[in-house]
Design a protein around this ligand. Sequence first.
Ligand code: AMP
Length: 147
Amino acid sequence: MTEVNQKTAYDDNNIFAKMLDGDIPYHKVYEDDKTLAFMDIMPQAKGHVLVIPKQKTADLANLEPEYAAAVLMTSKKVMQAQRKVFEREGIIQMQLNGAQSGQTVFHYHIHLIPSSIHELGRHAVAQADQSELANIAKQLAAAINDA
Ligand code: AMP
């Protein structure tokens, strides 16, 4: 029988693990004891944010309940801030599991993208301007703080 519940091994050197270890820079939107939210460097729409758990897990298969709850609650905060900052209701929540789905970074993460599914840009292709990312991160962080 085909194994349908394959588990992707966790690589401690993946780019998000390095962010959690403080080894590479990123544009922070929000952080608490269990999660981190930051700007996607190759956004599929303006304001694309990623939310990761501080648990080291490649995808949804091994995500622990307390971290599952925490990433969703942080996603909710970020989504509400995106609605406020971009003055739009439509925010896509997306999450890929396994290379076959198109996943490229193997540390679990939720994408929050201010876009319609019909207008979504290409996945992880074009790098955004760093100063624009920094500016959006600041606005989103302020909106979360004010909530
Ligand atoms: P996925 O393909 O679902 O694993 O998504 C990985 C996401 O990480 C893509 O949308 C990339 O644009 C994004 N990404 C890759 N490297 C970085 C980085 N250094 N900082 C922020 N986002 C990144």
